[in-house]
Each structure stands twice: as C-alpha cells, then as structure tokens.
Design a protein around this ligand. Structure first.
Ligand SMILES: C[S@@+](CC[C@H](N)C(=O)[O-])C[C@H]1O[C@@H](n2cnc3c(N)ncnc32)[C@H](O)[C@@H]1O
Length: 334
C-alpha cells in the first residue's frame, strides 16, 4: 500500500524534539504510517526509536517503510495508554536489544486517526465513502459504531453526540437515529449520514462542514475511548519521561487539546507531587516547564498543502534535567 498520510507540523515537532544525547530513546505513541518516525530516524543516525499503534494494518505499513532503520527501530502493537502504563514490564530488549533499559528522552503523540483510515481502511471512519459502520482502530475491540448506533438508549446516544461531537442538535439526531433503527438496523456510513442530515433543520444542511461531521467524530471517539486514552497516555508518558526529556502532543479538536493543555498546566504549574497522587510514580519533587505557552498551529503554506493540518495544535513540555529533589539535595550539601 502506498503512503497516503503527510505528517503534520513536522518542522515544528523537529524543532522542539531535539535529542540531548546521541543514543536518545524516542517513543512515538501514534506511529501511524511512520511519517514523523522516518523524519526523526533520517535526521539522527543514533536515535533509538520505539513506535506504538493499536491498528495492525497501519503498523505493518510503517514497518515496511522503516525497514532501513530496523537496527534501531521497533514497534509494539497496542493502545499507547496500556503500553506506557506497563513501561517497566515491556521487555523492550527482547524486541530489539538496544531499546532496553532506559526511559524515553522524547515522546510524541499525534492523536486521532490517519488519512489511511479515511481513504483505505474500509472501516467507515468518514461519510465520503459508503462503508460498514465500524470505526474501530483495534479490530479486536468489542464494539464498533454500528453496535453503539443500534444498541444504545436514545439518551446515551444524545450524550455521546453532544459531549464528543460538541453537537448542539444532539437530541434531534439521537431521536432520528432511534426512529430509523426501529424500521431497520443501521449498518453503513451512508445510511447514518443521511439520517443525521435529515434530522437537521434546513439552514444547517448547507453549513460549511457536512451536517454529519460532528456525529461521526463523536462516534469515533466513543468507539475508541479516545479521550480517556489520551488523558491516561499523556499522564503515563510524563511519569516515565527521563530527566530533561521532552513530551509533545498534537491534537485535532478542542476536546483533545483541552486534555493536553490541562495536564501540562498541572505539571508545570506546581513543583511537587506526593507519592500517592495520580500523576507520576515517583515520590519527591519533579518539575516540568512548558516549552510553548500557546499551542503552535500550521502556517498558511502547510494548511494549503495539507488540509488535515488546519485543525492541528502542538503543545510541548519538558521535564527539567534536575528534579526538585536533586536541587534541594544540592542545596542541603552546600
Ligand atoms: C494521526 S495518526 C499518526 C500519523 C503519524 N504520526 C505519521 O506521521 O504517519 C494517529 C495514529 O495513532 C493511532 N492511535 C490512535 N489512538 C491510539 C491509541 N490509543 N493507542 C495506540 N495507537 C493509537 C491510530 O491508529 C493512527 O495510526
């Protein structure tokens, strides 16, 4: 399969995620087709690179693309939040000997889905093609979009569409779905798009975005627990980051961006956490600093070249090279 996804904010990501030592370890939590990965591996000849993705089809594309780097690149299939939470037990040296034994120096999240999913996965992520209503990134996941649309109560459908799609007409849409599925099961993207469209008052049907855009986003987020996983994944990544390590998050809608923004604010706004607090596994003081106060966005050139970049926002944080406890220990010794 050909590469169909262009990595977004690539120059910005490269300018922030600069390895501070030759054999730094980078963890790419959302490997996708490996666009960011290829740029990093090509630029830094000693960088060790570990990729995660939960979709076996797209991960196979990345493995083929990154074969020239197989002496310092490997990947694991799975949800990034699960893998990061299990970091100490991942046995990375068994995957590739050079990957074992260290914490990540650089971590990248490029959240959401790839052009591959829209264009060639056949799993109904968009309404541009008439496909089975599925939307699972992990083909083994217990339920896809069709199960939600045909099985959830109207009130829960309305909640999903409102909370994850920020859709003001969520109740009308949920009602239309329940009426339609009473006639026959909804199984395709075209059926769902047409039901949503017919539930909209006239003026909304000719809006700038397709009337079903928000409903499709909401279902995808619900199917893959995207917000919960982003929250847990970013927190776990911060907890295992090496001293001096840098963590970057690219998000594509306000719900995701809010998660990164709040976690980064929390991490940088105070200098300590206690051992039994949810952030971090380490007792003592740990400090982070924001590397950009406002999120970075695509410039006009990238936005024109790559429409997918238009909603992208990049936030970056760094764990200080010397943790608070080490600073205090140094002061005590003076
Ligand atoms: C925007 S794409 C990444 C594109 C990649 N940076 C590139 O340049 O080719 C996001 C990828 O993350 C994966 N993904 C999304 N949520 C995930 C999760 N919770 N755990 C693991 N992978 C996930 C998707 O399958 C998709 O391949």
């Amino acid at each position: 399969m050909a590469i169909v996804h262009r990595p977004v904010l690539l120059e910005e990501v490269l300018s922030f995620l600069v390895p501070q030592r030759e054999d730094a370890l980078m963890v790419d939590c959302t490997l996708g087709e490996g666009g960011h990965a290829e740029a990093f591996l090509g630029r830094y000849p000693s960088l060790r690179y570990l990729g995660f993705d939960v979709d076996p089809v797209i991960q196979a594309k990345a493995v083929t693309r990154l074969a020239p780097y197989s002496d310092r690149f490997a990947c694991r299939l799975g949800y990034f939040d699960d893998l990061l939470a299990a970091w100490d037990g991942l046995a990375l040296e068994a995957l590739l000997p050079c990957l074992g034994g260290s914490r990540p120096d650089l971590v990248l999240f490029d959240l959401g889905i790839s052009m591959h999913h829209y264009l060639e996965s056949g799993r109904g992520f968009g309404f541009g093609k008439d496909e089975a209503l599925d939307m699972r990134l992990d083909p083994q996941a217990p339920r896809g979009a069709a199960q939600i649309v045909n099985g959830e109560r109207e009130i829960e459908l309305a909640r999903i569409i409102f909370e994850y799609g920020e859709e003001r007409l969520s109740r009308r849409i949920a009602h239309a779905i329940v009426e339609a599925r009473g006639r026959s099961r909804i199984t395709t993207t075209a059926e769902l798009a047409s039901i949503v469209e017919s539930a909209m008052p006239g003026q909304y049907r000719h809006a700038r975005i397709h009337p079903a855009t928000r409903t499709f986003q909401a279902l995808r987020i619900a199917v893959n627990d995207e917000l919960g996983r982003a929250e847990r994944g970013i927190r776990s990544a911060a907890a295992i980051l090496a001293p001096g390590g840098i963590l970057a998050v690219i998000s594509f809608h306000s719900l995701e961006d809010r998660i990164a923004k709040n976690i980064f604010k929390e991490l940088s706004g105070r200098s300590t956490w206690e051992p039994n607090e949810p952030i971090g596994k380490e007792p003592g003081k740990v400090e982070f600093e924001l590397l950009c106060k406002k999120p970075l966005e695509a410039g006009p050139e990238e936005a024109a070249r790559n429409p997918a970049s238009r909603s992208a926002k990049l936030r970056v944080i760094r764990r200080l090279a010397i943790s608070g406890s080490a600073v205090d220990a140094g002061k005590d010794a003076e």
